[in-house]
Design a protein around this ligand. Structure first.
Ligand code: AVI
Length: 329
């Protein structure tokens, strides 16, 4: 990891950074922009605007994932939660908790809803969500945790058992394989024997269908992609011109993932206080996200590598998306 004072970007590295710049973020951005293929983690999409844009994505006709997963949850959760006797729901990357309600409703119907722990990187979204859920589910304890799940996972010590740890939305796809194993290993380490892990995965399918989901006709995904540059401008005082970057998303058939990039439409120099001047050649890209697609065998491999056992699996009739349940191996 390079320090902000590094001379990697020349003289400008000595400039004063804005007061609110987070040193961790600054170091991550410096590292990512110094790679031969510039790359930044997708968590930088999500300020308030980014979260709202993602919500719009979930309602797009091309983006089949959210509605398919919701239907699977509605069909399966009442039975699963009643059978497990789930008393605590821990949700990783909870966002606005729209789909959590399906699980919470199932817990309430089973008479076991005691604690809900939504974990998300966006504090604003999380506190709004927590306030709403406390009103909607009187008697349910809601203990939100602001955390970057890619870096750490701490579960409340005295959560009523058994817990269901949910990682829905297909977000596992946004993790590279080693990071996915690390994350699931942390989850396994936090689980008691009776706890279960619920994970949603987007399935491998016709490439045109996947690519359409990330190149929507209304351009919402393109705006979501460019929002990362707005976040960098706001958080680090950078001077990216989002309009000077084009959106590109394509499927890698070997890696089984879609990649999202921002493509510099002209040569440009971007100043990031604390880092310095970053050059983009015309056509040079910044990779902002991968979204891996799974099948049953690859989910089984992932679970095994993390010390989990794939216990149950449900997919929709068109095999677009699957819900998977794991237990400590
Ligand atoms: C959050 N995550 C599962 C989304 C995905 O499909 O990988 C993020 C996204 N990126 C573009 N569209 C949606």
């Amino acid at each position: 990891m390079i320090k902000p004072s590094s001379t990697r970007y020349g003289q400008a590295a000595a400039r004063v950074q804005p007061k609110r710049a987070d040193p961790g973020m600054l170091a991550e951005v410096a590292d990512g922009l110094a790679l031969p293929q510039k790359e930044l983690p997708p968590k930088f999409f999500y300020d308030q605007r980014g979260s709202e844009l993602f919500e719009r994505i979930t309602r797009l006709p091309e983006y089949y994932q959210t509605r398919t997963e919701r239907a699977l949850l509605e069909a399966w959760m009442p039975e699963l939660v009643a059978r497990l006797g789930t008393r605590t729901l821990v949700e990783l990357g909870a966002g606005n908790a729209e789909k959590s309600r399906i699980i919470l409703d199932a817990m309430r119907a089973a008479g076991t809803a005691e604690l809900y722990v939504p974990i998300d990187v966006s504090a604003t979204f999380l506190s709004q969500t927590a306030a709403r859920l406390r009103r909607e589910y009187p008697g349910l304890l809601v203990e939100p945790v602001v955390a970057d799940i890619s870096a750490e996972l701490h579960l409340p010590r005295r959560a009523p058992a058994p817990a269901l740890i949910a990682f829905i939305g297909g977000t596992i796809g946004n993790f590279y394989p080693t990071a996915a194993i690390r994350l699931l290993t942390h989850i396994r380490d936090a689980m008691a024997p009776g706890d279960r892990f619920l994970m949603g995965v987007d399935l491998r399918k016709d490439v045109a269908k996947i690519e359409a989901a990330y190149n929507d006709a209304q351009g919402v995904t393109a705006e979501f992609n460019r929002n990362m540059l707005r976040v960098l401008n706001h958080e680090l005082g950078a001077d990216f011109d989002p309009a000077a970057f084009d959106h590109r998303a394509f499927y890698d058939r070997t890696a089984h993932w879609i990649e999202m990039h921002l493509v510099a439409s002209r040569p440009q120099q971007v100043m990031i206080p604390g880092i310095g001047v970053v050059q983009f050649a015309e056509g040079e890209t910044l990779r902002t996200e991968i979204s891996a697609k799974y099948d049953k065998a690859s989910v089984g491999d992932l679970y095994r590598a993390a010390g989990l056992r794939l216990e149950a699996w449900r997919h929709d009739a068109d095999r677009l998306f699957a819900l998977t349940v794991g237990s400590p191996a």
